[in-house]
Design a protein around this ligand. Sequence first.
Ligand SMILES: *[C@@H]1O[C@H](CO)[C@@H](O)[C@H](O)[C@H]1NC(C)=O
Length: 279
Amino acid sequence: MRTSILLFLLLALAVTSQATCTNDKNPSIRSLTDKTYSYGEEIATPIHLLRPKSGLAGRKVPQTDCLSWRLAVETNNIRDWHLVPMSCEQYVGHYILGKQYKDDCDAVADAAIEYAKSIKLGGKGKEIWVFDIDETTLSNLPYYARSDVQFGALPYNDTKFNEWVATGKAPAIPAILRLYKTLLTLGIKPVFLSGTKEVYQQVRVDNLHKVGYYNWEKLILKGKNEKGSAVEYKSSKRTELVEAGYIIVGNIGDQWSDLLGTNVGARTFKVPDPLYFIG
Ligand SMILES: *[C@@H]1O[C@H](CO)[C@@H](O)[C@H](O)[C@H]1NC(C)=O
């Protein structure tokens, strides 16, 4: 619980450090720092707790650097990174297992649903929505939370990861499942496009079915002969879809490589992922 409060405060700091400085001379606001506040109260209140907790605008709190790192990762400013910094392993763990990650995913899904509801369909059933799978449709958190993985702070092991995929036990990300179900009711057809190897086709289909994804226009996995980067692979598959007459109205993924390249779709949505980078 204390960690949740700290994370919340750090997020508040990122948004409002400017306001905190200008309120410095206001004694009535300062007195608020004597009180304690629970997680989830209005943002205007806990801001003023930051000064005594963090000092020097948070520079003495190591997690602040981890928040900056995560923000830079999410905005594609830091690229081609191989590991979560070991000093941020706990921070990333608390973020991804905690309320903030869930809230962040909900915010993405809410925006995507609002957009999807505004789309006027052509009536020919050609509108599709591209979903990435790992850390978008399905979550590998049970794997990433393991002590021999440490939320991506330890080097990636392909053998181990594939053993986990083969168990078919990845849960859904609830916010994205909600988006998926809404799209079906709107008549927008889901297409799954994943870098998972084709040999895992059956286990992935079973896994998707088991957690509530029961219907899709296409499921595209990576063939043995696919070469090139994730951006190239996904771009070429999306181009094939467009050439087949589909209209990509939306595209959602946890990696920028899902959302960059050609035929990315009318709108893209980034799901948070501070666990790993795929270029
Ligand atoms: C990767 O994981 C496999 C299976 O657990 C293990 O046998 C192998 O030694 C690991 N490789 C490295 C480099 O740690």
